[in-house]
Write a protein that binds this ligand. Structure first.
Ligand code: ZN
Ligand code: ZN
Length: 415
C-alpha cells in the first residue's frame, strides 16, 4: 500500500483509535509482517508527543512453533513478566493499540485442548488488565492490516502479492481511509451511531425476539441497560474508538433470561481455529445444547472455559448493508465480520453497558444480570433474513429489524 494511505491509516488509529495524548505511553501489539506499517504508526506517535512507544511483535509462524513444541504443562502458565508489562502500562494510563491480522487457519492442526489451555491461562493472568480495557479505564483500539496467509484465505485464487493488495483495498475502503479527510468521516460516523444508540436507550426494550432460518431466540435486556456504539469515553474523559472499523450498536443481554435457539451465519475464527455453521440452544440464559458442522470440538472447549462462557455478554445490531457487508467478503476475522452482521458474544459483558455497572461489585453485577467470564467471543447471527422484534415494558411489540436491516427509525429524522 502506498505511503500516503498508510500515513492516513496510522493517523486514524492514533487520533480516533486510541486518541493518543501528549506525554502518554503507547503499547502496540503488531505482526512482524506489518513492520512497515507499524513503523509509520510509531513515527506518528512520537510526533504526537508520546512519552514512550513499546512494541510487542507477534508472528504467526512463531506462535505455531510454540503450540507445536511447548510442554503441555507450560501451556497453563502465562509468563508473569508479560502480565507486569501490561498492568504497569495500564496503571500508568498508557494507551494500547492492537493490530490483529492472524491467519484464520493457523492452529487448525493443533489439538484444541492445547489451544484452550493456553487461552484460559492467558485470560486468567490478564484478568486485572482486562478490567482496564473492558471498563474503558484506559484508551485502547483494535485495527487490522493485511498479512499474506490471512489475505490468501480470503482470496484463495490470487497470488500472495495480489491477495495482500486486494485486502488492503478492501480495508482502506471499510475504515474510510479512502476519504479525503478520514478523521472528519469518523466524526460523522460516530455521530450517526450515537443518534442510533440514543434512540434505543430511550426505548428501553424489555426483550428482543430474533427470528431467522435456524434462529428463534427471546432475549431479555437488563433494567438500566445502555446501548453504545462508535466512540467510547475513558475514565479520564478521553474519547476513543475501541474498534476500527465499527458499525454496531451494542448492549448486554440478561445473563439468566435468554431462551431459544440461535444459528451462526458466518465462520468464527476463534484464536486461529475456525468454528462454522453452528447453533446454540439456551434455557434460562445458559447454553444447554450446541452443534457445529466445523470445529465442534473447539466450540466445546470454548463453552467449557467457565460457567460464564455458556452465557451471553453482548448483543449487537448491525444492518446487513454495512460497508463491511457491501465488500461481499468473508474476512475470517471477527473485527470485520462482526461489523457486517448482527452478533452475540459468549462470555463477559461490558459493565459499561449498564447504568452504574462500572462501579458495581461482582455480586451486584450478577444480581443485575451482567455476565462474567474469562472469555468474550463474538459470533455472527445476521443475514438478509433476520427479523428482530422489540418488546416494550408494557408488552407492546414493534419491528426493530426486518430482512436484516433497521425497521426502527434510528436516524431520528422521522421522529
Ligand atoms: Zn460487538
Ligand atoms: Zn464483542
Amino acid at each position: 500500500m502506498n505511503q500516503e494511505i498508510m500515513k492516513k491509516y496510522a493517523e486514524l488509529a492514533l487520533v480516533k483509535g486510541v486518541n493518543l495524548q501528549k506525554g502518554q505511553a503507547l503499547m502496540i501489539n503488531a505482526p512482524i509482517e506489518g513492520a512497515d506499517f507499524t513503523k509509520v504508526v510509531v513515527r506518528k506517535a512520537w510526533e504526537m508527543g508520546a512519552k514512550d512507544v513499546h512494541i510487542n511483535w507477534v508472528d504467526d509462524e512463531l506462535t505455531l512453533l510454540q503450540f507445536e513444541h511447548a510442554p503441555d504443562e507450560e501451556l497453563d502458565h502465562y509468563p508473569e513478566w508479560k502480565v507486569l508489562l501490561q498492568n504497569s502500562l495500564a496503571k500508568d494510563g498508557g494507551a494500547v493499540l492492537n493490530i490483529r491480522s492472524t491467519n484464520p487457519d493457523l492452529l487448525k492442526d493443533i489439538d484444541p485442548t492445547r489451544v484452550a489451555r493456553a487461552n484460559k491461562a492467558a485470560a486468567l493472568a490478564l484478568k486485572e488488565f482486562r478490567q482496564y480495557t473492558m471498563n474503558d479505564r484506559i484508551t485502547w483500539s483494535i485495527i487490522s492490516i493485511p498479512t499474506g496467509d490471512w489475505a490468501q484465505k480470503i482470496f484463495p485464487d490470487k497470488s500472495r502479492e495480489d491477495a495482500i493488495q486486494s485486502l488492503w483495498e478492501a480495508i482502506v475502503k471499510i475504515v474510510r481511509v479512502d476519504k479525503e479527510d478520514p478523521i472528519a468521516a469518523w466524526d460523522d460516523h460516530n455521530a450517526t451511531l450515537a443518534t442510533a444508540h440514543d434512540i434505543l436507550n430511550k426505548k428501553q426494550y424489555k426483550k428482543l425476539h430474533f427470528k431467522a432460518p435456524g434462529t428463534d431466540l427471546v432475549m431479555e435486556l437488563p433494567k438500566g441497560h445502555i446501548w453504545k456504539g462508535g466512540s467510547a469515553v475513558s475514565e479520564k474523559g478521553i474519547t476513543f474508538n475501541p474498534n476500527i472499523p465499527t458499525e454496531e450498536v451494542f448492549t448486554m443481554p440478561h445473563k439468566y433470561h435468554v431462551d431459544g435457539t440461535v444459528s451462526s451465519t458466518k465462520p468464527l475464527n476463534y484464536g486461529g481455529s475456525l468454528i462454522d455453521n453452528f447453533s446454540l440452544t439456551l434455557k434460562d440464559g445458559k447454553v444447554v445444547d450446541f452443534k457445529a458442522e466445523q470445529g465442534e470440538d473447539t466450540l466445546k472447549h470454548l463453552l467449557a472455559t467457565d460457567e460464564g462462557a455458556t452465557r451471553f455478554g453482548e448483543v449487537a445490531l448491525v444492518p446487513h448493508e454495512s460497508p463491511v457487508s457491501q465488500s461481499g467478503l468473508i474476512f475470517y476475522n471477527t473485527l470485520f465480520d462482526e461489523n457486517a452482521s448482527c452478533h452475540i458474544a459468549l462470555g463477559k459483558a461490558y459493565p459499561t453497558n449498564l447504568e452504574g455497572g462500572s462501579s458495581m461489585t461482582d455480586e451486584e453485577l450478577d444480581k443485575h444480570g451482567v455476565n462474567d467470564s474469562l472469555t468474550h467471543v463474538d459470533f455472527m447471527i445476521g443475514s438478509a433474513e433476520l427479523d428482530i422484534d422489540g418488546i416494550l415494558e408494557d408488552g407492546t411489540t414493534e419491528p426493530v429489524f426486518r430482512n436484516g436491516t433497521w425497521a426502527l427509525d434510528i436516524t431520528g429524522k422521522n421522529a
